[in-house]
Structures are given as C-alpha cells and as structure tokens.
Design a protein around this ligand. Structure first.
Ligand code: PLP
Length: 422
C-alpha cells in the first residue's frame, strides 16, 4: 500500500461504518428475496413520485436545446443561478427568511456539504489549536463520524432520556451539561435526527441558536428529512434560519439520491466559502437534479408533493412499523421505541440487554435480517462505558410492508432469546 498522508490515513483505509455498509451490500447481493433489508437509508420508491421524475426527464428531452444545455454545460460552482434563486424565493415565501441566491450554495449531496463545512470550520486552526464540532445530542448521524481530515473533530453530549409509558422514550438536549468551551467551532444537529427519528423541539432549537449566537459560532442544522421538503416530519416543528445558522437540505430523501444534490443556506460569506471549496474539489456540481426539480420549486408543486404525498407515505410507514413492533415484541421485556417524529427509522432501545447490539446484529444477520447496531451513532463521547451505547438498533421502515413486518417478527424472537440468556 502507498504511504498515506494524514488525510490519506483517515480517508483511504476504510472505516467501521464503511465495513458495515459493505457487509449490508454483500449480504443483499447474495441473499435475494430472503433478506429483510432494514439497514440502509434508502428512500422508498413511491410510484406517484417516480412518475413525476419520469415526466420531468421526458420534458427535459422534449424541450428543444434543454437537454444539451443541462448535460453539456458546466455550471458555476455555487449551483445554477435560476435554481438558487428559486430556492431562496421558496424559503422567503414559505418562512419569510430574508435570503437571495447569494445565500444558497449547491453541493454534491448533503454528505459532501458536511465534509466541506466541518473541515472548513473545525480541525487544525492557523494558530495551531484544534477546534471541534459540538453535537448537543447523540446518537447522531453516523455519516459525520469519519469526515475529519485532521484530528478528532467531535465532542458529543449525552441526552436526557424521557420515559414515556412502558415502551416508548424520547431524547432531550441536556442543556445543563452542554458547555461551549473556547475550542468549539460550531454546533451541529440533524433535525429530524438520523438514527432516532427524534425532532428537536422549537424550544430546543431556539436555545441552541441562542447559545451559538452568544459564542459567535454557527449552528448547523441538517434538514435532510425536514420541511419544506421532503417533509418526512410528523410533528409540529418550525424550520428556522438566521445569519448565524447554516441550514442544509438535500434532494435525496425526496427520491433523487442518484442526482447527488445538496443545498446549503447560509450567510453570504459561508455560501461563498462552500462554492470556493466546490470549485477546488470538483469544479462544479451535477446539475441534473436541479434541472429536474427547478420548475417544481418555482411553482410550489414541491411543497404540495411533500405535504400530500411524501409525508403521509412515510408517516403511515412509521405508524405501521410501530404497530408491528409492539405486536411482535414480548410486552414483558424492557424494550422501548424512540418516539417516531420524523426520518425513516425506528430506534429500538433494549435496556439491560445481556448481549451487545453488535452481537444481536450478528444473530439477526444469520437469520437474513439486516439492521444497523446502535453503537456507531455514539461517537464523540468521553464516557465510552455508557451501557446505552450497546443497547440500541436502528431499523429502516422504507422497504415494502411484508419485509418490514417479517423483519420485526424475527427481531422480536431474537430479542427474547437474548434477554433469556440464550
Ligand atoms: N444527513 C442525514 C441526517 C442523512 O441521513 C443523510 C443520508 O442518509 C445525509 C445527510 C446525506 O445525504 P445525501 O448526501 O444523499 O444528501
């Protein structure tokens, strides 16, 4: 193998989650119909939505000269001006935010936006100090964990756990233990949260925004699942933005992950910084997603689709998955599901489970049920002995009903075996 740089040693040699994703992919490739794939972050194929993409691509082909322009031109690194204007106008109309195209930067997917933003704001500073991104609540999105190109990047805070009834719970930000030290460069949350399906309340978000403002650091809000699109959010929660907030959106969870389109909304200097990084790393972005979606952003159709098609679809999936879980799991066991407020996942907590979630994952895999063990989502914590880390599983409910139902039944059986010490 070549001798890698610090950057190379961090990014070229795989990662825990990379291995797990391979594992999931390989099992899927070899297992055919038997496999219950409850492991990925893949959006569902919603017929009515897939039909719209088909129509839109068809009209790109039918309008004279349009396809040649979309496929044949580099666009500016910030993204197409008309697309950025359409996004800014939509946000102004919907939420009253004072923004224009200069506040919008397109990236090659939300994932890339985070890679660029984290490394631009945190890591090794010119004065030799190391700065970090503060995660006010873990479990948090696994996709951030390995993105640093230099040094440890995250400091995370354990949540408060609110018990609800006998089989439900909700994470809350533990503001008493949330301290912004001078080495913190930014605060970051996903809302709705992958993996837990949590949606931070408006009050929590306002307190985080205030805290960030007071310390003159940005609050980054990852809105990959949120409002106004794709709208996989089932609880009343208002999107917020101000000059100190960096909000990211994505076309992926709308059903266009193949176009790799992320959107950063931020003050002009940050949007310009993102555009500068895009030009250095990749010259320009893919413009196919922007071309497909732009008219729907301009005429507001994207809002209607999100409210009337996408949100009800996932909310229904979430309700059904919860019902099947409670039907399949032994009521006498101390399991709990996180309140499902958004995104695509059930988050299962098995208190005092005698084996680790990693072991349970292996047992489930042996029975062709693929999930993600929860330990991967608890990075950045000082307390590596917190038992909760090894007691959770993430289950995706975007697959067809019969697969989700069968998977949950097998999870119920394996959970019972594990609690019985078998
Ligand atoms: N943020 C969160 C919370 C996610 O769950 C994902 C994908 O699963 C992303 C960002 C990145 O998605 P993409 O790069 O496809 O926009």
């Amino acid at each position: 193998a070549p001798t890698f740089s610090e950057f190379g040693s961090r990014l070229c040699q795989g990662s825990g989650i990379g291995e797990l994703m391979d594992d999931l992919g390989n099992a899927l490739a070899s297992g055919g119909d038997q496999i219950c794939m409850l492991g990925g972050g893949q959006p569902a194929h919603i017929d009515a939505i897939d039909a719209i993409w088909q129509q839109r691509v068809q009209s790109l082909c039918d309008e004279p000269g349009v396809l040649a322009r979309v496929l044949g031109n580099y666009e500016p690194p910030a993204g197409g001006t008309r697309f950025r204007t359409a996004i800014a106008d939509l946000m102004r109309r919907e939420f009253g935010w004072e923004i224009g195209p200069e506040n919008v930067a397109v990236t090659s997917g939300g994932q890339t936006a985070f890679f660029l933003l984290f490394n631009a704001l945190a890591g090794r500073m010119p004065d030799g100090t190391q700065r970090k991104v503060l995660l006010p609540l873990v479990p948090e999105y696994i996709g951030y964990a390995d993105q640093s190109v230099g040094g440890d990047m995250f400091r995370a805070v354990k949540p408060k756990i609110e018990m609800i009834g006998s089989h439900e719970f909700k994470y809350r930000v533990d503001f008493d233990n949330l301290v912004v030290t001078p080495d913190i460069a930014a605060i970051c949350v996903s809302r709705p949260t992958n993996p837990s399906g949590n949606v931070l309340t408006d009050e929590e978000i306002h307190r985080l925004a205030e805290l960030a403002q007071r310390h003159d650091i940005p609050l980054i809000i990852d809105n990959a699942y949120g409002a106004p699109f794709p709208g996989a959010i089932y609880t009343p929660a208002h999107p917020v933005w101000n000059e100190n907030i960096i909000l990211t959106l994505s076309l992926s969870k709308l059903g266009l992950p193949g176009t790799r389109t992320g959107i950063v909304i931020a003050k002009e200097s940050i949007a310009r910084a993102v555009s500068s990084m895009t030009s250095i790393v990749g010259l320009a972005n893919n413009n196919v997603g922007q071309a497909i979606i732009r008219p729907l952003v301009e005429n507001g159709e994207i809002l209607r689709l999100s409210r009337e098609v996408i949100r009800p679809f996932y909310e229904d999936r979430s309700r059904k998955a919860i019902r099947w879980a409670h039907e399949s799991f032994d009521d006498a066991l101390p399991y709990r599901l996180h309140r499902s407020e958004g995104a695509f996942f059930l988050w299962l907590w098995m208190e005092d489970l005698p084996i680790t979630s990693r072991e349970l994952y292996q047992r489930l895999k042996a029975r062709d049920v693929l999930v993600v063990p929860g330990n991967y989502f608890f990075y950045g914590l000082d307390d590596i002995d917190w038992p909760h880390r090894d007691q959770c599983l993430r289950l995706t409910y975007t697959m067809p009903d019969e697969i989700v139902q069968r998977g949950l039944a097998i999870i119920g059986e394996e959970m019972s075996h594990a609690y019985r010490g078998e």
